[in-house]
Design a binder for this molecule. Structure first.
Ligand SMILES: Nc1nc2c(ncn2[C@@H]2O[C@H](COP(=O)(O)OP(=O)(O)OP(=O)(O)O)[C@@H](O)[C@H]2O)c(=O)[nH]1
Ligand SMILES: [Zn+2]
Length: 204
């Protein structure tokens, strides 16, 4: 899927003043944004996060997952470094959408894990497509990333799109009693990289 650039504005946050660039998928009308900070012209690999939408975690403080904690830590890290990009991708629920994620959470409340719940609903474990990232990066003139993620499939998917991942930067934050099982399932079934011992601060 291709996205087209729409417009840029300033976005002041508690972490720093970002530029927010808006993009649209002409076919679906889906809207994605990239937040950038600092020098975009340098060829030095740029600290980056591709963050999939999670309304519950990012906006509603859910502790079922680690998304909200990762979003905040990614923005904080970019601001600390003074240079970076966060692509906020509107592919809620690993691509199944918010209402299906609520259906999946309901199944998880009854004992299914995150992968089984998707499968019981007739979906693959992960339906995401990252091709909009290639267009966004191309538009902004960014060629090489230091990607904050624990997800090997994300690294592979971006690499397959021709995006240079110079380094993978772990992003381990927000482990708590409510998401322990979810994070363990991501490790065992989806291959996420987590160290055995973590000293994450569960507070946002
Ligand atoms: N279908 C489904 N989606 C979920 C669930 N929990 C979180 N999500 C979605 O998963 C996406 C985040 O994906 P994750 O696999 O947690 O993390 P990731 O972004 O792939 O990997 P990291 O870069 O390491 O964070 C967001 O779109 C969330 O809405 C769940 O139980 N079921
Ligand atoms: Zn989440």
């Amino acid at each position: 899927m291709a996205v087209r650039y729409i417009q840029t504005c300033r976005l002041p946050t508690p972490f720093g003043v970002f530029d927010m660039h808006g993009f649209e998928e002409p076919d679906t009308g889906k809207e994605h944004v990239a937040l950038t900070l600092g020098d975009l012209d340098s060829p030095e690999p740029m600290l980056a996060r591709t963050h999939s939408e999670c309304l519950t975690g990012d906006a509603l403080y859910s502790m079922r997952c680690d998304c909200g904690y990762q979003l905040e830590e990614a923005l904080r890290s970019i601001a600390r470094e003074g240079r970076g990009i966060l692509m906020y991708l509107r592919q809620e629920g690993r691509g199944i959408g918010l209402l299906n994620k609520i259906r999946a959470y309901n199944l998880q409340d009854q004992g299914a894990d995150t992968v089984e719940a998707n499968e019981q609903l007739g979906f693959a474990a992960d339906l995401r497509d990252y091709s909009m990232c290639r267009d966004m990066l191309e538009h902004l003139g960014i060629s090489s990333l230091r990607l904050m993620t624990n997800n090997p499939r994300k690294v592979d998917a971006l690499t397959d799109l021709g995006i240079d991942i110079a380094e993978r930067v772990p992003l381990h934050v927000g482990r708590n009693p409510h998401n322990e099982h979810y994070l363990n399932t991501k490790q065992s079934k989806l291959g996420h990289w987590f160290e055995t011992h973590q000293d994450d601060d569960p507070a946002l």
